[in-house]
Write a protein that binds this ligand. Structure first.
Ligand code: AP5
Ligand code: MG
Length: 186
């Protein structure tokens, strides 16, 4: 799984990783944005939460991930991006995988300081037009939510011996090489 705060570069780095290791990239943020774009009931439920920078309920993302594990065939594994994001989601993931006789291989964490998060998201806001990138107070809330609810997962994966942290400051190519060497250890 790819772990890290908003704007750390998870989505940017995912492409090279799935190609190198023959994985299926699953970003819960992207899956939710497609649901919103398609106007599904799930999308309607998620829209206001995402646009305020809050998490959607655990059960929603857990269900999406389990569906994909069942339906996607022909890959060596999955690259999870933005999931799990709470301790409850991490525990649910372990249970979903255990039912399939599988487990998390590694949690590769891309770390950048909060000031750089603001810079990168402000830059992306001009290019991609994501609703949750537009307002500084929403970005601030996403960062706070990350520190409050998601950061505890670092200790969870460290304890499991699956955590590897890399410095996300540098060019896209430099960060990619750091990720590849971290993944080679698992
Ligand atoms: P999600 O889509 O996952 O957003 P996020 O975690 O906030 O992360 P981002 O996608 O903003 O950042 P990224 O790390 O992918 O960075 P990127 O590569 O784009 O989630 C959105 C929302 O959905 C959540 O807030 C929540 O509401 C909901 N949600 C999703 N998953 C959930 C879950 N599991 N549970 C509950 N709710 C959930 O890079 C950012 C920018 O920087 C880009 O412009 C990029 O070009 C640039 N950049 C990247 N790397 C570099 C570099 N090395 N140098 C210079 N620029 C760079
Ligand atoms: Mg992303």
């Amino acid at each position: 799984m790819l772990f890290g705060p908003p704007g750390a570069g998870k989505g940017t780095q995912a492409g090279a990783m799935v190609e190198r290791f023959n994985l299926c990239h699953l970003s819960t943020g992207e899956l939710l944005r497609s649901e919103i774009a398609a106007g599904t009931p799930l999308g309607l439920q998620a829209k206001a939460l995402i646009e305020a920078g809050n998490l959607v309920p655990d059960s929603v993302v857990e269900g999406m991930i389990e569906d994909k594990f069942q339906s996607v065939k022909g890959v060596k594994g999955f690259l999870l991006d933005g999931f799990p994001r709470t301790l409850a989601q991490a525990e649910a993931l372990d249970a979903i995988l255990a039912k399939r006789g599988e487990q998390v291989t590694a949690c590769v964490s891309i770390m950048i300081p909060d000031a750089l998060i603001h810079e990168r998201i402000a830059h992306r806001a001009q290019i991609e037009g994501r609703a949750d990138d537009a307002r500084p107070e929403v970005v601030e809330n996403r960062i706070k939510t990350y520190h409050d609810k998601t950061e505890p997962l670092i200790a969870f994966y460290k304890k499991a011996g699956k955590y590897s942290e890399i410095d996300g400051v540098g060019t896209i190519e430099q960060v990619r090489e750091r990720i590849f060497s971290a993944m080679d250890k698992f």
